[in-house]
Write a protein that binds this ligand. Structure first.
Ligand code: ZN
Length: 163
């Protein structure tokens, strides 16, 4: 079986940045499942996995344009402390979910506490970064109707989901 749309693929992966720092890895845990063609993983990785088979080992560098996009300077801004409502003890590095201009959920990261407000960054933490993936394909199966409807894989035999 080759990887194509509507397949659930389980893979081991290690993601490193251009400095060789590991950003994320599935090694030491179960392989990560995703729904191919379901927008579950970055486009640049999904593209190279198409037509691969179980056992394939793939190394690929994905440019920001095919990953989390470039850093948008306008997304870095100082906002009033009031905007955080009841949240107290805000520290640099904390992350919050907020609604973006188009109503989509975005994660904002606190960069700095300033006198007149809080400097936040609404860019994805991996925006502007080249992502180096080291991937091993462990399993490929057809997605169930429910998985296709939900747009993501379910655990085990495809039976359980909490949504
Ligand atoms: Zn589901």
């Amino acid at each position: 079986m080759k990887i194509a749309d509507k397949c659930v693929v389980s893979m081991h992966y290690t993601l490193t940045d251009d400095d060789g720092q590991t950003i994320d890895t599935s090694r030491g845990n179960d392989p990560m499942p995703y729904l191919h063609g379901g927008n579950n993983i970055v486009p640049g990785l999904e593209k190279v996995l198409t037509d691969q088979e179980v056992g394939a080992a793939i190394t690929v560098s994905v440019q920001p344009e095919e990953a989390y996009g470039p850093v948008i300077p306008e997304a870095i801004a100082t906002i009033p402390k009031d905007a955080f409502g009841e949240i107290e003890d805000i520290q640099p590095g904390m992350q919050f979910q907020a609604n973006g201009p188009d109503g989509q959920v975005q994660v904002i990261t606190v960069k700095e506490i300033q006198e007149d407000g809080i400097l936040v960054d609404g860019n994805h933490p991996l925006a502007g970064k080249v992502l180096n993936f080291d991937v091993e394909i462990m399993d490929i199966r057809e997605a169930t109707a429910e998985e296709l409807e939900h747009g993501h894989p379910h655990m085990g035999d495809g039976g359980s989901c909490e949504h």
